[in-house]
Design a protein around this ligand. Structure first.
Ligand code: BG6
Length: 483
C-alpha cells in the first residue's frame, strides 16, 4: 500500500531560537537565559548559551535544510534578539539582519520561512516588570509582532504567533518564574499560583488576537500571508469505562486544547462552557460568587477580536495519555498542580504502549490517536485548516547515533495515521513538520534528549553537523510526496 499525500502538501522541519541559536551575548536576556543559569534547573546543568550556534552557522544550516528538500522551514524569532529590552524603544539591527538573511537564504533555496513569534523565550527585562501579567504586556507583544511583520513580512507567508500557550501559561509560569520561592506568605502564594496560568493564558490569547488584527489591517493586503497559532495537542483516552474517567478524559482535552482553541476557533468565541461552568462551581463551593471565578472574562470587544483570529491551527503532536479522575486525597494534595485539581483529571500512560527514546523519556508511540485528535478538532471547530507544526521523537540513548531507526519508525507510523485522517476522515491538514532539524537544547532536559535529523557534535568547537539516516529517509518521503 502507498501513502501519498494531497498535491501541494507542505513538508517542513523545525527549530526554535533558544534551542539552537546560541550567541547569547549578542542579544538581550530571555527568561531561559536566566533560568538555565540557576543551578539545578536543567538536568545536565547545561544551557543555550552556545547551543548549535545557529546564529553563526546560517549559510551552513540553510544548506542542511535544503538537502532534505523541505518546502517549508519553521523557526522562531528570539524577541530579545530583535528587541533586547523587549520594547520597541531599542531595536537591535544586527538581530533583525540575521533573521532577514535567514529568510532570504531560505527563499533563494525555494524554502518558505514559517516564523513563530513566541517560542517561550520571553525577554527578561519585561519579565522583571511583571511579564505577561503587566497591563502593557499585550501592547509589548503587539509592538514586537508589528516589527516582525514589517521587517520580514515581504519574505514570510506563514506566521505562528504562539507556540503552545498551554505549556507556557501553565508549566511556564509556575515553574519558570520560580514563583514558589518568592513569597513567604504561603496563603497568598497559593492563591496566585492557582490563578496565574488562567491570567497569563488570557493575556496571551488577547496578544494573539490583537497581533492577528494588526496583520489583517496593516499587512495582509500587501504581504498576502496567513497567521495561525500552535496548540499543545495530546489526545486523552479514558483510563476505564467509568463515567468519572470518561468525564476526566474530556476535561483533559478541554483544559489543554479547548481552553486556547475555543476562544479562537469556535463560532461563539470565549472560553469553553465546560471550563467556565466548572470554575464557577468551584467558586461557589469555595464561598465565592460566580463572578469571582479565577477564569477571566473577555469583554464583547475582546471576544470578537480573538474569535476567528487564525487562518490555520498549528498542532504539536507527540503523544497521548490514559486519563483518569482524581481521588479525594489527590484533589486535596499539593503534589498535583492546581490546574489538574481544578479540572479533576490526571494523565497516565498505558504500560503496554511502545516506549521510545529510552525508559525515562516522556515519549511513547501511539500514532493511532493522531486521527482521533484531528477528528475531534474537525468536529468541534468546523474542520479548520491544520498544520502539524511538530512531530518527532528523541533518539534512544542506546541507539547508534547516526542510525536513527526509531525516529524513522515513529515518523512513518505517524505519517500513515495522518494520511488516514486526511484521506478517510476528511481532516483538513495541509502540512507536516518534523521536529527537529538539529539535535538541540531540549529545555529542562538539556542536551540529554536528541531530537535532530542532524547529529550535532557538542564537543567539537565547530559544532559539526552530520546527517543521521532520517535525513535521506525524509528526503525520499518528500520526493515521493508520501510513503
Ligand atoms: C516543542 C519544543 O515546542 O515541544 C520541543 O520546543 C519539545 O523541544 C516539544 O520536544 C515538547 O512537546 P510538549 O508538548 O511536551 O511541549
Amino acid at each position: 500500500m502507498e501513502w501519498r499525500f494531497p498535491k501541494g502538501f507542505a513538508w517542513s522541519c523545525a527549530t526554535s531560537a533558544y534551542q539552537v541559536e546560541g550567541a547569547c551575548d549578542e542579544k538581550g536576556q530571555s527568561v531561559w537565559d536566566v533560568f538555565t543559569h540557576r543551578p539545578g534547573n536543567v538536568i545536565d546543568g547545561s544551557n543555550g548559551d552556545v547551543a548549535c550556534d545557529s546564529y553563526h552557522h546560517l549559510e551552513e544550516d540553510v544548506q542542511l535544510i535544503a538537502a532534505i528538500g523541505v518546502s517549508h522551514y519553521r523557526f522562531s524569532v528570539a524577541w530579545s534578539r530583535v528587541l533586547p529590552n523587549g520594547t520597541i524603544n531599542d531595536v537591535n539591527e544586527a538581530g533583525v539582519r540575521y533573521y532577514r538573511q535567514l529568510c532570504e537564504k531560505l527563499v533563494e533555496n525555494n524554502i518558505e520561512p514559517v516564523i513563530t513569534l513566541y517560542h517561550w523565550d520571553y525577554p527578561y527585562e519585561l519579565e522583571k516588570r511583571g511579564g505577561w501579567l503587566h497591563p502593557d504586556a499585550i501592547q509589548w507583544f503587539c509592538d514586537y509582532a508589528r516589527l516582525c511583520f514589517d521587517k520580514f513580512g515581504d519574505l514570510v507567508k506563514t506566521w505562528i504567533t504562539f507556540n503552545e500557550i498551554w505549556m507556557c501559561a501553565w508549566t511556564g509560569t509556575v515553574t519558570t518564574a520560580g514563583l514558589s520561592d518568592q513569597s513567604a506568605d504561603k496563603a497568598s502564594r497559593e492563591r496566585c499560583a492557582r490563578a496565574i496560568p488562567y491570567l497569563v493564558g488570557h493575556q496571551m490569547l488577547l496578544s494573539h488576537g490583537r497581533a492577528y488584527r494588526i496583520y489583517e489591517n496593516e499587512f495582509r493586503e500587501k504581504q498576502k500571508g496567513q497567521v495561525g497559532i500552535t496548540m499543545s495537542a495530546k489526545w486523552r483516552e479514558p483510563a476505564s469505562d467509568s463515567p468519572d474517567d470518561i468525564r476526566a478524559a474530556q476535561d483533559g482535552l478541554c483544559w489543554q486544547l479547548d481552553w486556547i482553541a475555543h476562544p479562537i476557533f469556535s463560532t461563539c468565541g470565549g472560553y469553553p462552557k465546560r471550563m467556565r461552568d466548572r470554575l464557577n462551581d468551584l467558586s461557589i463551593n469555595e464561598q465565592r460568587a460566580n463572578k469571582d471565578s479565577i477564569l477571566p472574562e473577555f469583554t464583547d470587544e475582546e471576544c470578537n477580536v480573538v474569535r476567528g483570529s487564525a487562518d490555520f491551527m498549528g498542532l504539536n503532536y507527540y503523544i497521548s495519555y490514559k486519563t483518569r479522575h482524581l481521588t479525594e486525597e489527590e484533589k486535596n494534595s499539593e503534589e498535583l498542580g492546581w490546574l489538574f485539581r481544578d479540572a479533576d483529571y490526571c494523565d497516565t500512560v498505558d504500560p503496554s504502549w511502545e516506549k521510545i527514546s529510552g525508559e525515562k523519556s516522556w515519549l511513547h508511540n501511539t500514532p493511532w490517536t493522531l486521527p482521533k485528535i484531528l477528528c475531534y478538532i474537525r468536529n468541534k471547530y468546523n474542520n479548520p485548516k491544520v498544520l502539524i507544526t511538530e512531530n518527532g521523537c528523541a533518539d534512544h540513548p542506546e541507539e547508534v547515533v547516526l542510525e536513527d531507526n526509531a525516529r524513522i519508525k515513529y515518523c512513518e507510523d505517524h505519517l500513515k495515521a495522518l494520511h488516514k485522517a486526511i484521506t478517510k476522515d476528511g481532516c483538513n491538514v495541509l502540512g507536516y513538520t518534523l521536529w527537529s532539524l538539529l539535535d538541540n537544547f531540549e529545555w529542562t532536559n538539556g542536551y540529554t534528549m536528541k531530537f535532530g535529523m542532524y547529529h550535532v557534535d557538542f564537543n567539537d568547537p565547530d559544532l559539526r553537523r552530520t546527517p543521521k539516516k532520517s535525513v535521506s529517509w525524509y528526503a525520499d518521503v518528500i520526493r515521493n510526496n508520501g510513503l
